[in-house]
Design a protein around this ligand. Sequence first.
Ligand code: ADP
Ligand code: MG
Ligand code: MG
Length: 914
Amino acid sequence: MGQNVFFFSKERTDGNATMKELLGGKGANLAEMSGLGIPVPPGFTITTEVCGYYQDHDSTYPDSLREEVAGHLKKLEAATGKAFGSIENPLLVSVRSGAFVSMPGMMDTILNLGLTDETVAGLAAKSGNERFAYDSYRRLLQMYGDVVMDLKPETETDHDPFEEILEALKDEKNANLDTDLSADDLKELVARFKAVIEKKAGRPFPQDPTEQLWGAIEAVFSSWNNPRAIKYRQINDIKGLLGTAVNVQAMVFGNMGDGCGTGVAFTRDPATGENRFYGEYLMNAQGEDVVAGIRTPLPISTLNDEMPAIYAELIAIRAKLEAHYRDMQDIEFTIEDGVLYMLQTRTGKRTAAAAVRTAVEMVEEGMIDRKEAVLRVDPDQIDQLLHPMFDPAAEAQAPVLTKGLPASPGGATGSVVFSAAAAETAAAAGRKVILVRTETSPEDIGGMVAAQGILTARGGMTSHAAVVARGMGKCCVAGAGELSIDYANGQFIVGGKIVKAGEAISLNGSTGIVYKGDIRTIDPELSGDFGMLLEWADEFRTLGVRTNADTPHDTAIAVKFGAEGIGLTRTEHMFFEGDRIVSFRRLVLAAETVKRLRVDKEIDDLTELQKACEDDKAAVDAVRQYKQALQELLPLQRGDFEGIFKALKGLPATIRLLDPPLHEFLPHDAEGQKEVADVMGVSADVIREKVESLHEFNPMLGHRGCRLGIIYPEISEMQVRAIMGAACNVHKSGIPVKPEIMIPLVGHVKELALQRELSVRIADEVLAANGLTKSEIPYLVGTMIEVPRAAVTADEIATEADFFSFGTNDLTQMGCGFSRDDAGKFLKDYVELGIYDKDPFQVLDQAGVGKLLAMACELGRKTRPDIKLGICGEHGGEPSSVAFCHKVGLNYVSCSPYRVPVARLAAGQAAIRG
Ligand code: ADP
Ligand code: MG
Ligand code: MG
């Protein structure tokens, strides 16, 4: 191991912003700011490598560490002119965690370390401010007690022992706020805090500053593996980090009186992205007071009135930091006796709307270029912008309960729960809930993820609830101060109204208004900036983006979102609608008989077949019923396709022939079978027997896909006739049409050859009947590649295919051997064990299934260099899979309508990254 400790000060700084992996984000940026000449209290950073060592070596440190820390402490004493443990002039420090990626509130910080019964008196004398000295000491006792000596509340309903003591004392002293407590009150508080530590921890608070320091360092390192840190990393998919760094930094004091304060700010509005300085501060307060919601902070603009010089300095630093980092920053500052210090800067977390707006505006401001702007926005995050908002008409009617701060935008409706655990349970049972808390803490993360939205009674725009919700893109209303929450009775009261757990409320995170009851939601639109950013992504991307859509409605949404065609229309859904299911069931009931007759009599044509069976009434009926069902379905299917072609306005449409096994169209329970029998005028036994005869042990590998069209060619014929008939009609109405007929589940080239011959024959017949030619309606016939055998014989398959579309859902199922219906039970464990990095049904397994895909592309192109290649599995809208598709050179990805913008952005990014 190299250097374990890095120093930062005005005079000398070892690290810089590029060293985040080693120094953590906080440490690297403290070093960078020091290097830029921004006022930062000096300190030093113990590396993440030491944390890695600590975990691997049974909670011990590298041999040299104690010495290195002692040496840096000396340097810190020199830089500050104070001495650690000195009574006359004590050096106090903060001990702060900070990993490579910021994990807000996940690991604990200790302030005012170095205070003891002796040094506190020294600090009081030196500052001439006894109240301040004891205020600092009681804070240290609380933080140290919580973090190092394990006095944290154990369960959600438990109270923090320190908070209880503080509240009791405030009651005794008739103090409203903690700032109302006098020096003597605080001395009393210190005594009570020390007593509770000794009682609960079984040992006294350490009076040796060096012991305090090492206790704190150890607590930070071991906090890396505390349950809430682990949970945070899981939720945010943070893997492969060594650990956290520890920052030891000279204290500056915002709690020394009226010329002092502390605050947090964003260089732009993190909710909307507007280019304005945005933040909150508290006078006479320290560190966490602002985020913890102890007192309600003031908006940063009022600092301009209270301390104009400081405000001007902050504005200058804001400009300097943005220009330097070329991105929106989230900063912490403290004012000590009229002197400003910066304590942190990092890239600010922002809503999707803010991410888009800042990216676009920073291009307009000349700060970044278009490529960078496209790369700035996380494709997964823009999902937020595509989610429904409240219908304004419904919202206008809804009864208002109260108003809080608009902490994280969007609309959310659900029933009230009062604990994270309850939210998780309800969500697991499929219920939509709103988590209502006085304030949230990192322990609530699981419940926040599970809830539709979060409502808090206390805390500002930078409170835990607000920051975390924005990061998650979850609707949040914070600091609704009129709310009085009664956890014990499972209810809250606001304006005299009682709302109980389980009752519905709605939150508008953009206005802060809380409503009683449900509110209807509506679909979003692409806003100006968002549209612009996506156009920039389009400029760079080479991968096409299509959509999976089965209806004109979905098609129209996707086209509005920028889809360049349909990559998959599933025709089976169409057979379930309205009366069609009756026709289709008739067809299913007769199909097997017709097939047998066809083979027995060696007659393919149904009319001829019917004639040949004349003396067998049951046979004639079966053929007639089959024929009639097909005739009924044909115009309905044609109508469906006409709607889709019209909505596409000339864009291509890949339409897949029938895929699921026939028994899926019949009910499997007795009651359902009886109903169907009644509607169809047959006995329930007929239906039951049919279901039994069609039964399959493993339907996913059964009689489905092209295997249906091969055994029952009339079904494929009807579908191709409907597709081409619709194409001709829409073409004649003046709208160009590009149908692509897709044969599913091909494994052998001969399967495709049979279905292709059929498709071409029917298509040409329909064209001729309409007086049209293939040059007017240039239809294609291709196949899905979803059976591994097809992927490895893609060179043969390509002789019969104009295009391939990778059906990666089935390809994953068959390639990995994971049943889509059953793998859910163990795949989560597989991912936790690290066997697969991600669920391969969500994120393409590039090493395995991806290899099949890449191989099929190569083989396919060898046979047919101009073969069209696309993907239509769920992976087509997942950013890392989209990047893979770009790499192997697919022509397009296809995904659900709401994922189209996500895929456009991801494809643009993939092209830029090259
Ligand atoms: P987090 O990662 O949870 O934000 P921090 O380490 O940034 O934790 O610290 C918590 C709070 O304490 C912040 O408000 C920070 O500005 C403040 N703080 C940390 N170190 C010092 C210091 N040396 N002097 C004054 N305030 C500090
Ligand atoms: Mg911080
Ligand atoms: Mg499939």
